[in-house]
Design a binder for this molecule. Structure first.
Ligand code: FAD
Length: 309
């Protein structure tokens, strides 16, 4: 299978970086994950479309990879192609009036680059996204948010590429955003987005961003390898509080540990495997269910195959 993949791709028009059997632990904030059969980083849209065509014709699955900050890749790695849009990172002003500025942002743009750009220019609306790692595409896919602010709040439209190579632009109202969800299919690529931000005083935006960053640094172990919140908050209650009160803080399987600082963060203390993470998740789910009768649902996306011997 792996040799075949090399042959398939070498024949096609592709500009960019392509790595075979690339360990996904190098591309995830958890530092966990077996090898992707191929990890491709197309340099332009044509290469991405060509690649999707090759994959489609050969019935090879694909996985859109952002910053890898909200995924757990299983120890068997990713079957087929993980495709990163990290070369798609343009931010452009489309239009501006006395109240609003409209920006065109490519999906591989780091969300914190966008937040900083907005902060430096006094554009308000995404201050609450300060400190959320990953890409703009990943933030749209998971409708990332914090402090009462969600990615969907500023979206005007999103351009997507489907697995058949068709490109279509959707207005935000046509999409089905929910709490940490967007309804985007697993094999659809977000290519770019147009967003609308409000023009404010630069100091005002900057103060809000700094305030949110400080709160995040105090309450979350942002300096340790994690994938952010493991579980969604059940309606009206914080998952972290339930996990803490069920006595799970500090629980450990292998090198995977429930953070003592924020119980909804699991930390890789060294050489943890995806199987350790999943065992720890299941134990936490069980304990919370026993104590409160609530079944926690994962916020992170678990992808890839079980280990193959
Ligand atoms: C320390 C820390 C703090 C965090 N704090 C928060 C927080 O406050 N709020 C919050 O919501 N999240 C938080 N997160 C989680 C994570 O950073 C966000 O969910 C982020 O938006 C994920 O983006 P990503 O680019 O890393 O996506 P990835 O993890 O790479 O992918 C996540 C999903 O998006 C899909 N995807 C990525 N890019 C594209 C694309 N271009 N087209 C189609 N699909 C795509 C992937 O296929 C996958 O299904 C935190 C994580 C960490 C490590």
């Amino acid at each position: 299978m792996k040799k075949e993949l090399k042959d398939i791709f070498s024949e096609d028009l592709f500009e960019g970086d392509m790595r075979f059997l690339e360990p996904m632990r190098k591309h995830t904030s958890l530092k966990i994950g077996g090898p992707a059969d191929v990890l491709a980083m197309p340099q332009n849209l044509l290469s991405l479309i060509n690649m999707c065509g090759v994959l489609q014709r050969n019935r090879i699955p694909l996985f859109p990879l952002g910053g890898g900050t909200n995924i757990l890749v299983r120890d068997g790695g990713i079957e087929g192609a993980a495709i990163s849009l990290k070369s798609f990172r343009r931010i452009e002003i489309l239009n501006r009036d006395s109240q609003y500025v409209y920006l065109h942002v490519e999906a591989g743009t780091l969300l914190q680059r966008l937040v900083n750009y907005a902060k430096e220019n006094g554009y308000g609306g995404i201050e609450g996204l300060a400190g959320i790692p990953g890409t703009t595409g990943g933030a749209i896919c998971g409708n990332a948010g914090a402090f009462g602010c969600e990615m969907k709040d500023v979206l005007v439209s999103v351009e997507m590429l489907d697995s058949e190579g068709k490109i279509k632009r959707f207005n935000a109202e046509e999409m089905t955003f929910g709490y940490r969800s967007s309804g985007i299919l697993p094999d659809q690529f977000i290519l770019n987005t147009d967003i609308k931000l409000r023009i404010h005083e630069r100091e005002e935006v900057s103060a809000k961003v700094e305030n949110f960053l400080n709160i995040k640094r105090q309450k979350q172990p942002v300096w340790e390898p994690s994938a952010g919140c493991v579980f969604k908050n059940p309606s009206g209650v914080s998952a972290g509080k339930l996990i803490d009160e069920a006595g799970c803080k500090g629980m450990r399987i292998g090198d995977m540990e429930v953070s003592a600082i924020h119980a909804n963060f699991f930390i890789n203390k060294g050489e943890a495997r995806a199987s350790d993470f999943i065992t720890l998740m299941n134990e936490v789910i069980h304990k919370v269910q026993q104590r409160f009768g609530v079944i926690l649902e994962p916020e992170i996306k678990i992808v890839g195959r079980e280990i193959v011997n």
